[in-house]
Design a protein around this ligand. Structure first.
Ligand SMILES: [Zn+2]
Length: 293
């Protein structure tokens, strides 16, 4: 069962989590965070100006599915927003960190989070899955000295199936975005989450992604020259993928001015499907094992 919880009533959410944790036999909220299936938006900023001015946070996406925690695209402030979350998200509970691409707004905290996940390398754990150009070439973004902190550093390639913990990960197609970029499909036992990261529009996008939840990086209202998707361009993708819920994120200045929640409501009306706009700190629940039983 899918449940949507807005970010507003944090205290209320805490109470819900605490009571569910008790119901599940967990004493601490931290344990419950490990137990629930959810997507937490540690930021919704897109592109340079919104990130540079922190008009929206830029910490990436925390996915908790079937007892496995993954961090996706840890941009600037990822660690800070893990600890600012209520309940806190403990980096040492991560099984892996995945990058769609190495641009700063997606990767600035990758080294920070590799250290945090392993307590500065004291506790070796986790898998880091990143495009090749994040590791080698003229401008790699992952420091060589942090690489041995984690169990595995793997190169992300399209159409290869990866497994981290209980989550299967596939990058169905290479994107058009300046640096090596992939969208991702995360498959759990009950839920499949597709994440279309930064890209220019190309028709294959409509065929390559499937999932009951679709997260799309959408920068602008109208098509632009910035190698990102616009609201206009994602309509065909949503129609084809037919997810139960589409979540918009990675907003540029123009889209923020247009008020993403109004844009999402208009898309819902037009496409007759559920489209929501992520907000900083949004917790989107995929249903706990207890409630799913
Ligand atoms: Zn980018």
């Amino acid at each position: 069962m899918l449940k949507y919880v807005s970010r507003a009533p944090v205290a209320q959410l805490d109470r819900v989590l605490a009571s569910e944790a008790k119901g599940c036999g967990f004493k601490s909220r931290r344990a419950h965070v490990l137990f629930m299936d959810f997507i937490k938006f540690l930021g919704t900023a897109g592109a340079r100006v919104v990130v540079a001015r922190q008009l929206r946070a830029s910490g990436g996406i925390w996915l908790s599915l079937d007892g496995t925690n993954l961090l996706i695209d840890p941009g600037p402030g990822s660690l800070v927003h893990c600890f600012r979350s209520r309940p806190k998200l403990d980096p040492t509970t991560l099984s892996g960190i995945v990058l769609s691409h190495k641009h700063l707004d997606h990767a600035a905290d990758i080294n920070v989070m590799m250290e945090a996940m392993t307590i500065g390398g004291k506790e070796k754990r986790g898998t880091v899955l990143v495009p090749q150009d994040a590791l080698s070439g003229s401008d790699p973004v992952i420091y060589k000295y942090v690489r041995p902190y984690v169990n595995k550093v793997k190169t992300l390639k399209s159409k290869v199936k990866y497994t981290i913990g209980n989550i299967e990960i596939v990058a169905p197609v290479k994107h058009m975005h300046g640096v090596e970029t992939y969208g991702l499909i995360f498959k759990g036992k009950k839920h499949t989450i597709a994440y279309i990261a930064d890209t220019n529009y190309f028709p294959e996008l409509e065929k390559k992604y499937s999932g009951d939840i679709l997260i799309i990086s959408v920068l602008s209202v109208k098509p632009s020259a910035f190698q990102h998707l616009s609201v206009e361009e994602i309509k065909g993708i949503i129609k084809k993928v037919k997810p139960k819920t589409t979540i918009l994120t990675h907003f540029g200045m123009g889209l923020i001015k247009a008020k993403p929640w109004l844009v999402a409501a208009e898309l819902s009306r037009e496409l007759k499907t559920k489209v929501i706009a992520a907000s900083d700190g949004l917790l989107f629940r995929l249903g706990s094992r207890r409630t799913d039983r």
